[in-house]
Design a binder for this molecule. Structure first.
Ligand code: NAP
Length: 351
């Protein structure tokens, strides 16, 4: 067999996958099996070692994700796994190697078919569940910090939801970049947020804005806001003279009835207006999928950024926050836990 187009069908296994059938409670997520399909040209099949529960799935199960896929579908924003099959045109030497992929949907399955161009290699020394906590979270945090806000040593930054998957990664990367970090979180997570290197503030405090101002009287060089809603106004007010607001979600409207797009469009309008003001401040929305129309550039940037995150993980500079490891067949329990407000970091699903 030509090694550059190796095609193995050495597996006669079935896929176990979790399906969102419609708007359901966590225990309404179904688990089903079907035969594995071999990889098509340009693709690989990954045997999943770790996937996870992101905020996106919490919105998707409510039908409230901005880019909501039609039901039924297999959720799963990202995964880590080993290549067990390669399609035509894919080097056979990839077989057996461990990669991460950003999928948006489809990751909650024991076997996942991915375009070869979407693979980022995971260092062999790294535990797959630990790598998994940094795929969507690591790309998002790295790109917001280094590509949008361009945070510099000595700057002071504000991270909302500092115990969350993205938030805990942002705090650590900002500290590594030499910034001072203030992080909002529920009081029960303050020890964990302190351990990550940030000064914690309770996001439910009635005098939240005053407390935040007290920690940075000159204002924040960067504010990272996934909450949206009316709180975004305070995030903008807290900026320093040349500060940058990076908005990247509307978590506060997850449980609000109505359109999934309206809160985001309102937010876009506000950010555009603020960004147009000639006051030296920036206001941006970060979208991990932006620029995908120029696929090669998009992928090159994503691979480079995720590789930097994985290198920091392999070095021990980044400490993975695995909130729990739950079998894929108990996905409902994993979602319930991720939404419970009791966890620090990411709930990881294993086959
Ligand atoms: N724009 C993009 O490309 C992009 C990419 C990735 C993620 N995101 C966004 O990033 C955010 C975090 O995602 P994740 O996967 O890291 O989520 P996660 O691990 O579930 O963390 C969510 C965080 O938000 C807090 N939170 C939940 N509901 C809130 C509310 N109503 N008001 C204020 N804080 C609230 C949680 O605090 P408690 O623990 O106290 O509940 C927790 O700190 C989400 O909004 C997601 O949509 C955006």
């Amino acid at each position: 067999m030509n090694n550059s187009t190796a095609h193995t069908h050495a597996f006669t296994t079935t896929v176990t996958e979790a399906v969102l059938p419609g708007v359901v409670d966590p225990d309404g997520i179904q688990v089903r099996t079907r035969p594995v399909r071999p990889a098509d040209a340009g693709q690989v099949v990954l045997a999943m070692e770790a996937t996870g529960v992101s905020f996106a799935e919490q919105q998707m199960r409510r039908g409230k994700y901005y880019d909501q896929p039609p039901f039924p579908f297999v959720p799963g924003y990202d995964l880590v796994g080993r290549v067990i099959d390669v399609g035509e045109g894919v080097p056979g030497e990839l077989l057996g190697r461990r990669f991460a992929a950003l999928t948006k949907i489809g990751g909650w399955a024991s076997h996942v078919t991915v375009d070869v161009g979407d693979l980022t290699e995971v260092p062999e020394s790294v535990d797959p569940a630990e790598a998994e906590t940094f795929v969507v979270n690591g790309i998002t945090a790295w790109q917001m910090l280094h590509r949008l806000a361009k945070v510099q040593p000595g700057q002071v930054v504000l991270v909302h939801g500092a115990n969350g998957g993205v938030g805990s990664t942002l705090v650590q990367l900002a500290r590594i970049a030499g910034a001072r970090v203030v992080g909002t979180a529920s009081a029960k997570h303050h020890d964990a947020v302190r351990a990550l290197g940030a000064v914690p503030v309770d996001y439910r405090a009635p005098d939240l804005e005053d407390q935040l101002r007290g920690h940075a009287p000159q204002g924040y060089d960067a504010v990272f806001d996934h909450v949206g809603g009316e709180g975004i106004v305070a995030s903008y007010r807290l900026l320093a003279a040349k500060g940058t607001l990076v908005s990247y979600g509307t978590a506060s409207t997850r449980d609000v009835q109505g359109s999934s797009k309206a809160p985001v469009l309102k937010l876009f309008a506000r950010l555009m207006l603020w960004n147009a003001l000639p006051n030296g401040k920036g206001a941006h929305f970060y979208n991990i999928w932006a620029g995908r129309r120029r696929l090669d550039t998009f992928r090159a940037r994503l691979h480079a950024d995720l590789a930097q995150v994985f290198a920091l993980l392999a070095d021990g500079a980044l400490v993975p926050q695995v909130a729990a490891r739950v079998p894929l067949t108990e996905v409902g329990e994993a979602v319930r836990l991720a939404e419970s407000g009791t966890v620090v970091g990411k709930v990881v699903l294993a086959p």
